[in-house]
Design a protein around this ligand. Structure first.
Ligand code: FE
Ligand code: CA
Length: 509
């Protein structure tokens, strides 16, 4: 979709006859192509969507400014119902500020519900690639079935982003990214491809350059250009396994003030580089990310933040048999977010209540009783309050979507994980990683299956999950690529399940 529309750009919403067509050849000479990070859209509502780009003709410059001079730049934007841009439904001009690393977040309004649109930008005499996006159905309507994909964990050095490319080729209506969009470690020689910068990223310039490097990837750009995204970060957008204001490791050594400054930089760069609404702009060392996005009567996405408000890992990081993980005072969400979530679940806004979140939700104990202290297993009372909360509110179809673990899983959620006959009260789908972990392996043997019979599927390959959401069922297709250490792997569906309306849990297809 990239090349067709670079030569002309119709300005100002004037359509067809009388349209002002930019003389492309004269303008093109002025500046190097600034749209090397692609385009993106996100946060679809029934009448609006966020359009994003960031100007960076030299993405890997160490100052994080992408080769842009210290000046603000006017950026024109257009939205059309057709890829030819013959007529415009919305357009305008926004300022890309040097202070924002020349990122822009346009809220394109006045759109029709449940509709497909195309958008593009122009700056410095150049026209961007064309992105496809769409709006949600109107409140009170179901709209068409929603073909949604979700993904996480794209370690650049571990492999190519083939899974992002294949996801784009599936042409989903919506993409959820559940965290680890970037990784913070420095370059490792011998990797499939190397991070820019030898040291772990710490400063605002470092984070900005890291996003620019990832966003230079054409497969990632294709995934952004195909559909609107809903994003939430996990730990690696800041640092591995951090909890609120507590670090999980001490490398590199940072004072408390330096750690606060690092989080501030990381959240700022995250906002700058994601198609988020201005309501999600950070304030100092916090960023307001938990939010609800409604998809008509069909679905409600409760996007969670399980990093900024959590207690520190019980008994430390890693897999532990840890009694403290049961403490009733422990929280993964914080009290405010927990109350907000339960209130939203109690409103029964749509057929499917979907929790878009980061870490493994179902119980997974190994034979010795150890569990992952970074996941909900380290915060069991917090999980119980949410599960009991949706039971108390008669939530019809709770569906938890998860990333983080670099493997695909499908899990029944249980009222009481310790009782084999306990009722299934919800469903969890866990996407594997885009690249983290490298090629993985072909095994589908479920780890710790004997102690966790509610865990129904596992794959150690890279990929993503498609969820086709209809009024009577959700169909989940676990999409898998056999390798990421070379370009161009084909994708296939390893396993599919359906979840029926009013009947929590996985059904075999
Ligand atoms: Fe990860
Ligand atoms: Ca993670």
């Amino acid at each position: 979709m990239t090349s067709l529309h670079r030569r002309t750009f119709i300005l100002g919403g004037v359509a067809a006859a009388g349209a002002l067509v930019l003389p492309a050849r004269t303008a093109l000479a002025a500046a190097p192509f600034p749209f090397k990070l692609g385009v993106a859209s996100g946060e679809p509502a029934a009448d609006s969507v966020v359009l994003w780009t960031r100007l960076a003709p030299s993405p890997l410059n160490a100052d994080g400014q992408g080769g842009m001079a210290n000046a603000d730049v006017a950026v024109d934007w257009q939205v059309s119902a057709t890829e030819s841009f013959a007529t415009l439904v919305a357009s305008g001009t926004v300022t890309a500020r040097y202070a924002d690393a020349h990122s822009v977040h346009v809220v394109a309004g006045g759109l029709s519900p449940d509709a497909e649109y195309f958008y593009r930008f122009r700056a410095q005499g150049h026209v961007s690639a064309v992105g496809r996006t769409r709006t949600a159905p109107a409140t009170g309507t179901f709209g068409r079935d929603l073909k949604m994909a979700f993904a996480s964990c794209a370690h650049y050095e571990s492999g190519y982003f083939t899974a992002y490319r294949r996801m784009a080729e599936d042409r989903p209506d919506l993409i959820l990214h559940l965290g680890d969009y970037i990784y913070e470690d420095g370059a490792t020689s011998g990797s499939v491809r190397e991070h820019a910068g030898t040291a772990e990223i710490v400063s605002l310039a470092d984070y900005r350059r890291r996003y620019a490097q990832y966003k230079s990837d054409p497969d990632l750009q294709a995934a952004h250009a195909i559909a609107p995204w809903l994003v939430v970060p996990d730990d690696h957008e800041v640092e591995n396994n951090y909890a609120t204001n507590v670090r999980a490791d001490s490398s590199p050594a940072l004072t408390a003030a330096q750690w606060t400054a690092r989080r501030t930089a990381a959240y700022r760069a995250y906002y700058e580089n994601m198609p988020l609404r201005p309501a999600q702009a950070p304030s100092g060392n916090s960023i307001p990310l938990f939010r609800r996005v409604r998809w008509g009567k069909l679905a409600t996405f409760h996007m969670l933040d399980t990093r900024q408000f959590r207690d520190d890992q019980a008994c430390g990081d890693g897999w532990k048999a840890c009694g403290d993980a049961d403490l009733s005072t422990r929280t993964l969400t914080g009290a405010t977010q927990e109350a907000w979530l339960l209130d939203g679940l109690g409103q029964h806004l749509g057929t499917w209540d979907i929790l878009g979140q980061q870490v493994f939700f179902a119980r997974q104990f190994d034979a010795s009783g150890a569990a992952n202290m970074d996941a909900w297993d380290g915060y069991r009372a917090s999980r119980s309050r949410i599960q009991q909360g949706w039971l108390d509110r008669s939530v019809r179809n709770p569906l938890v979507l998860t990333g983080d673990v670099h493997a695909a899983w499908a899990n029944d959620l249980k009222a009481d994980y310790a009782s084999s006959g306990s009722a299934t009260i919800g469903t969890e789908l866990v996407c594997t990683s885009i690249a983290s972990g490298g090629d993985g392996s072909a095994t589908t043997t479920i780890p710790n299956a004997s102690t966790n019979p509610h865990l129904k599927f596992y794959s150690a390959r890279r990929g993503y999950t498609l969820a086709t959401i209809g009024q009577s069922q959700v169909r989940a297709d676990f999409r898998s690529v056999p390798l990421v250490t070379q370009h161009g792997a084909a994708v296939s569906t390893l396993k599919s399940f359906v979840i029926l309306d009013g009947r929590p849990g996985l059904q075999a297809v």
